[in-house]
Design a protein around this ligand. Structure first.
Ligand code: GSH
Length: 343
């Protein structure tokens, strides 16, 4: 999430909350966690983010892009939050926009009900990488949503606003203060190609692994797994002829794909039953993942300890004893062969 420091807590309702439509007619009740987002057919059906305000470069806009004004709440475990963090580093915005990571394992967020979600540690040392909420002193991400909107009753996610939109804002709206302002991960001449790639990669891979993992019936699982491997095979083929998904320049499509690939063999292959083929059995995809991991700043956004502890420890319906598998412990900083494609 992105919260504006100078208005959050003062005028939250008017400015923060714009309710979007509730997309899935199939949902039986309002989902309070991804584990509840289930259609009648047993398929995982993700709901859309709620808070959708835009930060703009125009200083007279409602939410102007200013250094020190915004704070990003993340979990290192979460791929959606991690794509925002990757942008923060790649665009050189980490001095202008502060961020805090929650603890990796979901806990009870209130004593009065049984909701399980993201919570902050009580000290900097409780869980390395996680920090207490520096702005609002909140105990949980849920508490932040409740400050922003008194009648909010959907999921309490990180980031709090839609990550697909946050990364677009980071790319274009903060260039007055970004250290890497000239880097455009959405160049106009590639825009439609990026949008198209995002669509099938989101459906088949980013959300596809969740559709495999959260399916409660064999049919939806089979469908999601087949779609996942079709999409991975397609990526493997594309990456056999060019360095990145949309050509020989890095784009948004690569960052969006990377956050899922880096979690694939360590988590999704086991926890979400994506085991038909491992990432490291795809030579192009595996080397490509190392290539992106080695972009300056990106490795600092990958905290495998948080990633593994979160997934294996927060979904008791999938992994009731919370046992974390030992392997495979892949070294993504080892050499790759992607330089053979010249820009
Ligand atoms: N559409 C959101 C999705 C974010 C999301 O689903 N985050 C997950 C963590 S990976 C979350 O916070 N889930 C909380 C829950 O399901 O209760 C975005 O991309 O910003």
């Amino acid at each position: 999430m992105l919260l504006s420091r100078n208005w959050f807590g003062f005028r939250p309702n008017k400015n923060f909350c714009t309710l979007t439509e509730f997309p899935s007619k199939l949902l039986v009740k309002m989902a309070r966690s991804a584990l509840d987002e289930m259609s009648d057919s047993g398929a995982f059906a993700r709901t859309a983010s709620t808070f959708r305000n835009f930060i703009q470069k125009d200083p007279s806009s409602q939410f102007p892009a200013e250094s020190g004004r915004y704070h990003l709440y993340v979990s290192y475990a979460c791929p959606w939050a991690s794509r925002c963090l990757a942008y923060l580093k790649i665009k050189g915005l980490d001095k202008a926009i502060s961020f805090t990571s929650v603890k990796p394992i979901w806990e009870r967020t209130k004593e009065s009900d049984d909701h399980m979600g993201w919570v902050f540690p009580t000290s900097d040392t409780e869980v390395p990488g996680a920090e207490p909420d520096p702005l609002n002193g909140a105990k949980s991400i849920r508490e932040l949503y409740e400050v922003a909107s008194t009648n909010y009753s959907a999921k309490y996610t990180v980031p709090l606003t839609e990550s697909a939109e946050i990364i677009r804002m980071f790319n274009s709206e903060f260039n007055g203060i970004a250290e890497n302002a000239t880097l455009d991960l959405n160049p106009p001449h590639l825009q439609s190609q990026i949008d198209k790639a995002n669509e099938w990669i989101y459906d088949g891979i980013n959300n596809g692994v969740y559709k495999c993992g959260f399916a409660r019936k064999q049919g939806p699982y089979n469908e999601a797994a087949n779609q996942l491997y079709e999409a991975l095979d397609k990526c493997e083929e594309i990456l056999g002829i060019q360095r990145y998904i949309c050509g020989n320049t890095l784009t948004e499509a690569d960052i969006r794909l990377f956050v899922t690939l880096i979690r694939f063999d360590e988590v999704y292959a086991v926890h979400f039953k994506c085991n038909k083929k491992l990432l490291r059995e795809y030579p192009n995809l595996f080397n490509y993942t190392k290539d992106i991991f080695q972009i300056h700043g990106v490795s600092s956004t990958v905290n495998m300890e948080h990633i593994k502890r979160h997934y294996y420890g927060s979904h008791p319906s999938i992994n009731p004893f919370g046992i974390i598998p030992l392997g495979p412990d892949i070294d993504y900083s080892s050499p790759h062969d992607r330089e053979r494609f010249s820009a």
